[in-house]
Design a protein around this ligand. Sequence first.
Ligand SMILES: *Cc1c(COP(=O)(O)O)cnc(C)c1O
Length: 428
Amino acid sequence: MNASLNPFLEQAQVLDSTDPLNAFKAAFHFPAERLIYLDGNSLGPLPKKTRTCLRACMEEEWGTGLIRSWNAHWYGLPEKMGDLLAPLLGARDGEVIFADSVTVNLFKLLSAALPYQEGRSVVVSDELNFPSDEYVLEGLLEMTGRRHRVLRVPSADGITIDRGAYSAVLDGDTALVLVSHVTFKSGFLHDLKALTEAAHAVGALVLADLSHSVGAVPLKLEEWGVDLAVGCAYKYLNGGPGAPAFLYVRKDLQEALLPGLRGWFGSAEPFAFNLDYSPAAGMRRFLVGTPPVLSLRAVEPGIKLLQEAGMDAVREKSLRLSALLLDFHEAFLAPLGYRLGSPAKASERGSHLSLRHPEAYRINRALIAPLPGQPVVIPDFRAPDNLRLGLAPLFLSFTDVVEAGRCLAEIVASRDFERFANAPDPVT
Ligand SMILES: *Cc1c(COP(=O)(O)O)cnc(C)c1O
């Protein structure tokens, strides 16, 4: 195999030498071992600046400033970080705020949007949605006396959702469309602009989960007319494990929406301690309790790196990385039983590729714990047979992709995966 690998390696070296983003890898901390990290779509790596940022927050703001730091630094942090992120979403100042987790933010927005859409009884989602999004919706509908039902648009191939299939179910009874912009398993990229137009044509709102698209594809929420969105900061934004999530509400909807989950930090005057709630103006009403200050501090460096790189450059490199991996797949991996679990069309993909293989779980284990002399390769596994290969452009090189592809091939060709039992760990 080594001889025929050369054209791929040579091509990768040329692409690396002309890659405008190749300096960004140095902005991240990576362990000393030879490691190819293909899981930036699940937990982004640590930006070096985050260490200084957190140290300053701990030592100066918390350690020295004590509670004085609430006024000096912390109270406005959720919306300050929101405003910092807004350009990456194609949103304006005052339309984004950081709080809680994606799931909790979905509860807040769903519970605000459904009463706003009084008289409409259907929520439309699809079969490729993230399970937590469906669970939280289901729980809310149960709590509110089942006045709404969920209609899940089917996926014919388990990889894509046909836009026509969405349009076919939207009507005057649709309250809201709940959609994962990029689906977590196959990486299918919905046409959010077209979907929003179709939803608006029947008077429905769109709530987009951007967890797998923010920092991976250029977003234009304002231009596309998207009403509501949530997203995750620990994936392509590199905000750290369990980083607070964000929510977006279109400016002209903000005053009309009241979350069903309310708390003092979202009230008009938290320190007036009124027993009767009145909502804060703007996005602050979507806060609930005290924000996680240390974690909030950690989201800044990752966002700044993406802004410095520019999302158009990020997208361009992401498409080049995936094109190279797809060519490699066709030449070396498909003959070994791998199948593409992502859309074949670049315009329908986010920034990860899923490869399916009957031994995907054990291959994943063998990549992470290789034989001596081989690089560590870290993708992840999604049942039943998907190896997810995250192609985050800020720290991956084209050579990394070819090298990872070589490992994928060799582990199957040599049956090295047989070193492992078929017994999944709790986090795969
Ligand atoms: C990662 C991810 C989440 C994470 O939700 P949390 O509540 O923050 O754990 C939600 N939705 C999608 C689509 C995701 O990919």
